[in-house]
Design a protein around this ligand. Structure first.
Ligand code: TRP
Length: 336
């Protein structure tokens, strides 16, 4: 049975971009019964660029846990745990840091892009700079073979693979397992924002959250970016770059219907309000059950924390076992 590990930084609630880009697939993999699944809330990684706002991370941790449960991640089938509660991860990071050079870390394109976006310039938090190494600990502590992530995480997997190879070759032990990234199928990698921006993101304010109520969903759908030149219903409209059709492609299971609507829209005679109402129905059908389950779980918050604590206990056992092997391989097991 293959082991899967993946996770999210708790910096806010999860949105439908997370849902189509990864959560849905995780639930499918979990329910296939073919994998041993670990899902981690990466609060320590979130703190690497939010050290001064720990309250945000604390708050978001609960929101992410609720989002997980709402979409169908099931603690009876997956181990859901919290990164900061697994001390072995930090110790592994310390050993791995010696196997990586500063210049190698500087070349990580995702970290580079984040440094730009976050305007760190010369004041990059050291913990942030090395988070790919800490992510290697997350993955290897569980000997995960498969890591389902977004395309932007490819450099992290590559970094992890390099560290695993160095470790196993330097310490002459095949202890660590080289992971493989599992990436979303083409076209599903990244859901654009409501405004047409290539990325749905909290900071851009263009998200539909899994927790949005029906009215909020409808208001957001009605505000979506379509074709700015499609003014009168009778006008021919453009489908490319039109978010309503982009979302229909992703969410509407009835592909024939979508093809027909596209034709109609391009020919003229199909209004934006009408097509948005249709999309709203499609999204509502998918999101209502999630929203309802979320509200159910939110009625018992102590039970959610309890679930995370149990998951973290289980995760600790696995990570501690790997740490013991790692210490022995390096030879820092003096008193055994
Ligand atoms: N870096 C990932 C993200 O931003 C979150 C993460 C932390 C992760 N540790 C991980 C993902 C380990 C996969 C495996 O989404």
């Amino acid at each position: 049975m293959k082991t899967i590990l993946t996770g999210d930084r708790p910096t806010g609630k999860l949105h439908i971009g997370h849902y189509v880009g990864s959560l849905k697939n995780r639930v499918k993999m979990q329910n296939s019964g073919k994998y041993r699944t670990f899902i981690m809330i990466a609060d320590q990684q979130a703190l690497t660029d939010n050290a001064r706002d720990p309250e945000k991370i604390r708050r978001s941790l609960l929101q992410v846990a609720l989002d997980y449960l709402a979409v169908g991640l099931d603690p009876a089938k997956s181990t859901i745990f919290v990164q900061s509660q697994i001390p072995a991860l930090s110790e592994l990071t310390n050993y791995y840091l010696n196997l990586v050079t500063v210049s190698r870390l500087e070349r990580n394109p995702t970290v580079k892009a984040e440094i730009q976006q976050k305007h760190f310039e010369k004041s990059i938090p050291a913990g942030f700079f090395i988070y790919p190494v800490s992510q290697t600990s997350d993955i290897t502590a569980f000997k995960a073979e498969l890591v389902p992530v977004g395309d932007d995480q490819e450099p992290m997997i590559e970094q992890a693979r390099e560290i695993v190879r160095s470790f196993n070759s330097i310490y002459h032990k095949q202890i660590l397992v080289e992971p493989r990234g599992v990436f979303p199928p083409k076209g599903f990698g990244r859901l654009p924002g409501l405004d047409g921006n290539a990325k749905m993101s909290k900071s851009l304010g263009n998200c539909i959250y899994l927790s949005d109520d029906a009215d909020t969903l409808q208001r957001k759908v009605m505000s979506m970016y379509t074709d700015p030149n499609h003014i009168h219903v009778a006008d021919p409209g453009k489908v490319e770059g039109n978010m309503v059709f982009k979302y229909l492609d992703v969410f509407d299971p009835d592909k024939e219907q979508v093809a027909m609507l596209k034709e109609q829209y391009q020919a003229g005679g199909l209004g934006d309000v009408k097509i948005k109402r249709y999309l709203n129905d499609v999204l509502e059908a998918e999101l209502r059950p999630i929203r309802e389950r979320r509200a159910e779980f939110a009625k018992d918050i102590p039970a959610v924390y309890d679930m995370l604590q149990k998951g973290s206990q289980k995760a600790n056992e696995v990570a501690n076992q790997t740490l013991t092997e790692v210490r022995a391989a390096i030879g820092v097991n003096y008193f055994d």
